[in-house]
Design a binder for this molecule. Structure first.
Ligand code: ATP
Length: 355
């Protein structure tokens, strides 16, 4: 069941020519955690604020639990949208205790016994023994849980989280990501969160929507986006990728530097292909379906060696080698591209292009 439905949403600020959000359509299903990711200025925050009602859309529709909250010439007030909000800086009231912070937005008509509801929710977020503490006596991770508890307490239809992990140090981040995810799941809540860090999205979200220039590029599970990215922007967002122009014909990709045979593809003609560094194997002897190459740079990272290699015809690739042998600049090697791990992309230019 759809909890959030966004259709053809547009937003432009002032007289700017460029849209902050451009024709965005997206659904979030009941119980799902969806992450909005993208580079700085891609429109993530604006999209979240449009859903919250802090910004007004120029065009398009938004529904929450079947209720229209935005339509042409109509915009429901934020406080009427039945949304819980977790802000980047948590926005806890410093002069109120944990229990008082959580009680703040609760109404007696919804919960006749407010203290019971506070206890239920502090229990759920694992803060029952901290009810009488003030926010400045809590760690960053605990403050985050209070903010989440306060947002969840009224049992809202949807939770919005703005950069929920950006105020935490790297060690705490891993733990808090897991906590936030499991609390939201335990509460049976539906959540939309913004992050610029793809690790947050990969580790916490059920699905991810990637934005660029206000447009949603692709929506999918972390695995779908990593393994079958539609374009180079999406592919590059999840780490290094080698992109090359090719011609496809009968399961063979013809590059300037040679041919990759055995691909299960029905593509033909000029295409853009991409392959992740871990899907290229390094051999020391020539074998069938390999490219001769020369090592240009080799960097040791403990669990793998990152090798930059020249395969001729002005084509350079990066490989993550897990072989026991360590390679050195100038070594002659042979590369085998796994034909089934090659992505065929839309031609979308992106500066992260490796070759
Ligand atoms: N209040 C505003 N007035 C004018 N332009 C704005 C306003 N808010 C956002 N923008 C513009 O809209 C575009 C999208 O901004 P937005 O903050 O949504 O991106 P973002 O992906 O959240 O970026 P970041 O990760 O840096 O927060 C940018 O070009 C930004 O300059």
């Amino acid at each position: 069941m759809e909890v959030l439905s966004i259709k053809n949403l547009h937003k432009r600020f002032g007289k700017k020519l460029q849209y902050a959000v451009h024709n965005a359509s997206l659904t979030v299903n009941k119980g799902e955690l969806l992450a909005l990711v993208g580079e700085s200025g891609s429109g993530k925050t604006t999209l979240l604020r449009l859903v919250a009602g802090f910004e007004e859309a120029d065009q398009g529709q938004i529904s929450i639990n079947g209720d229209k909250v935005v339509d042409d010439n109509f915009s429901m007030k934020p406080e009427k949208r039945k949304i819980g909000m977790v802000f980047q800086d948590y926005a806890l009231f410093p002069h109120l205790t944990v229990a008082e912070n959580i009680k703040f937005g609760l109404s007696k008509s919804q919960f006749p016994n407010l203290n019971d509801r506070v206890r239920e929710i502090t229990d759920m977020v694992g803060l029952s023994s901290y009810e009488n503490r003030y926010p400045h006596h809590l760690s960053g991770g605990q403050q985050q849980r209070v903010a989440l508890a306060r947002a969840l307490a009224p049992n809202p239809g949807l939770i919005l989280l703005d950069e929920p992990f950006s105020n935490l140090d790297a060690v705490l981040k891993d733990q808090v990501r897991e906590e936030v995810r499991s609390i939201i799941k335990k509460a049976g809540a539906t959540a939309l969160f913004v992050t610029h860090d793809m690790r947050d999205a990969l580790s916490s979200a059920d699905r991810i929507a990637i934005l660029k220039d206000g447009k949603i590029q692709q929506v999918g599970t972390p695995r779908e986006l990593y393994e079958t990215p539609k374009n180079l922007y999406v592919a590059s967002f999840f780490g290094k990728i080698n992109a090359m122009n090719a011609t496809a014909e009968n399961g063979t990709y013809k590059l300037k530097a040679g041919e990759i045979k055995g691909a299960k593809t029905d593509k033909t003609g000029q295409i853009l292909i991409a392959i992740r560094p871990e899907n290229i194997e390094i051999l020391t002897e020539p074998k069938e379906n390999t490219f001769p190459a020369k090592v240009e740079l080799a960097q040791y990272f403990g669990d793998h060696q990152q090798v930059h290699a020249d395969i001729g015809s002005e084509t350079h690739v990066v490989i993550h080698a897990h072989e026991k042998i360590l390679f050195d600049k100038g070594d002659n090697i042979y590369l085998r591209f796994n034909p089934n791990k090659i992505h065929v992309l839309d031609t979308c230019w992106y500066p992260g292009l490796v070759s």
